[in-house]
Design a protein around this ligand. Structure first.
Ligand code: PAF
Length: 282
């Protein structure tokens, strides 16, 4: 595995690989890898000839007071995992490389970033869209793979690639879960023992809505209420939002006719966790 820290080197490498006719798969991450990331790598290996992963904890997508400083980092462990997952190139730029002195260009995706996390984390998706645009320009992938846990992020990046005519196929992969259903996330490492036990009810809540949906309920009010009742049992969980949205626009819906996304964000102590489930007519 080749480790590249500089933009010009990464560009040269991808130009050479493209010139040889290789299809490049790219998995952008912020590191502290888990099984969810590994499923993205597996998909990347399946669809492309060469696998590039980036690890960059992107300051632009964290607001003041969020967890940028304490975001978990373990580059040595991540490097070993990448090696054992047959990553060909690990791109590991530092913040000065991505945002040098004088940096002043940002990318804003409008409609789909307004609701959900866009409301509770102003500026977050601007930071994501900016860094992903830069990474796509540097790595020039044919395929880019993202997890569906960050569903709104996935929709935002698909929109970005479409609107800016980027020649990249943005692929979403299903959420990978722990045994009790908790969606895998680097932030799960913040949870204390009791918090971790409570976190299992996030999945139970969204599953409850799905059960009621599968029994024929279509009203958003009722479906959301079923989920809220489950999370609200735990005094450690503070719901931030529980919403049913259109899968393409991320706008709220009153009823689910064919399909919708039930999205949830909660706080458990100082940790903010998100999850979602697709409600789709069989
Ligand atoms: O999902 C993430 O890890 C990040 O938001 C991403 C897409 C790598 C951009 O920093």
């Amino acid at each position: 595995m080749k480790v590249i820290e500089y933009i010009h080197e990464m560009k040269e490498a991808s130009q050479a690989l493209r010139a040889e006719g290789n299809k490049i798969s790219f998995v952008p991450t912020m590191g502290y890898l888990h099984q969810g990331h590994l499923s993205l790598l597996k998909k990347g290996r399946d669809v492309g000839d060469l696998l590039v992963m980036s690890i960059f904890v992107n300051p632009a997508q964290f607001a003041k007071g969020e967890d940028f400083e304490r975001y978990p980092r373990d580059f040595e462990r991540d490097k070993k995992m990448c090696e054992s997952e047959s990553v060909d190139i690990l791109f590991l730029p530092n913040a000065r490389e991505i945002y040098p002195d004088g940096y002043q260009t940002y990318v804003e995706v409008e409609g789909v970033t307004k609701n959900l996390c866009g409301t509770s984390r102003p500026g977050h998706f601007r930071g994501v869209a900016t860094v992903v645009t830069k990474l796509f320009n540097i790595v020039r992938p044919h395929y880019a793979i993202f997890g569906e846990k960050d569903f709104q992020q996935l929709v935002t990046i698909k929109r970005l690639a479409l609107d800016l005519d980027m020649d990249v196929d943005v692929i979403g992969m299903p959420i990978v879960r722990e045994a009790d259903g908790l969606a895998m996330s680097s932030r799960n490492s913040y949870l204390g023992q009791e918090e971790r036990a409570a976190a299992g009810s996030i999945y139970r809540a969204i599953q409850r809505s799905k059960e009621v949906f599968d029994e024929g309920e279509r009203s958003a009010g009722i479906l959301l209420n079923e989920a809220r009742k489950v999370v609200e049992i735990s005094p450690l969980i503070e719901p931030e939002y529980v919403k049913l949205v259109n899968m393409g626009t991320m706008e709220e819906v009153d009823r689910v006719e064919n399909e919708a996304l039930l999205a949830i964000a909660v706080r458990i102590g100082k940790t903010r966790l998100i999850d979602n489930i697709i409600l789709r007519k069989a």
